[in-house]
Design a binder for this molecule. Structure first.
Ligand SMILES: CC(C)(COP(=O)(O)OP(=O)(O)OC[C@H]1O[C@@H](n2cnc3c(N)ncnc32)[C@H](O)[C@@H]1OP(=O)(O)O)[C@@H](O)C(=O)NCCC(=O)NCCS
Length: 191
């Protein structure tokens, strides 16, 4: 295939993909998801779409799971601000609330879980205990999470911080610091 034909085929495919994404985005909006201008959705999954708010000009890769893990209540409880990138296979598993600041880069496979199962009694299976703790997760703007980072209940990550690939974040990370490991600890500071 000549380069000209390959380029034309690429343009046709890209245009068709964009049209499909526009239809998909309108469908999720009709189901209650708030989606800012310039944000187009690839194939995603969402339980209770009205719990999800996506800002303007966000870029999402496919197979992201927005899982509101509670009974129906008004939303949104997941706020993703403008120009956020969400990589392939990220999961937002939330009951209380999660906020992702503007311009954050969330690499593939990251997970955010803002609640635990209850486990205070031994005579009742964990899956029947309802006293699990939950606390909001908040990321400031311009945070970069490397691949497969897990962010747990109550985590607060300051503006401009970097979290190394594979870390588990359980507490607070100050602005512009670099953290990594399990549980995440400070491994550096940005210039
Ligand atoms: C956090 C990161 C940016 C740091 O990169 P860097 O500045 O080049 O850091 P270095 O490789 O020099 O490592 C600095 C220290 O952090 C440690 N470190 C680096 N990555 C780590 C990780 N993922 N987990 C735990 N510790 C890590 C190093 O072992 C080193 O420790 P030492 O000083 O005791 O030897 C990089 O390691 C990283 O995780 N990048 C994420 C890449 C990614 O997932 N991209 C997805 C596409 S957006």
């Amino acid at each position: 295939m000549s380069a000209t034909i390959a380029r034309a085929a690429f343009r046709v495919r890209a245009s068709a993909a964009r049209s499909r994404a526009k239809v998909r985005t309108a469908w999720w909006q009709a189901r209650g998801m708030q989606i800012g201008p310039g944000t187009l959705l690839p194939k995603i999954r969402a339980i209770w779409p009205h719990q999800v708010s996506l800002g303007a000009n966000c870029r999402l890769e496919h197979d992201i799971f927005f899982k509101f893990d509670g009974i129906y209540r008004p939303g949104p409880s997941l706020l993703i601000r403008d120009r956020v990138f969400l990589g392939f296979g990220c999961e937002f598993n939330f009951r209380r609330g999660i906020e992702i600041g503007a311009d954050c880069l969330i690499a593939s496979g990251c997970k955010f879980i803002d609640h635990d199962h209850g486990s205070s009694r031994r005579d009742v299976p964990i899956n029947e205990q309802t006293d699990g703790r939950e606390a909001e997760i908040v990321l400031g703007s311009d945070v970069w999470l490397g691949a497969n980072v897990i962010v747990l209940k109550g985590a607060q990550i300051g503006r401009g911080a970097i979290v190394a690939a594979g870390a588990v974040v359980t507490g607070s990370i100050p602005e512009y610091e670099i953290w990594g490991g399990i549980p995440a600890r400070r491994i550096g500071t940005r210039p």
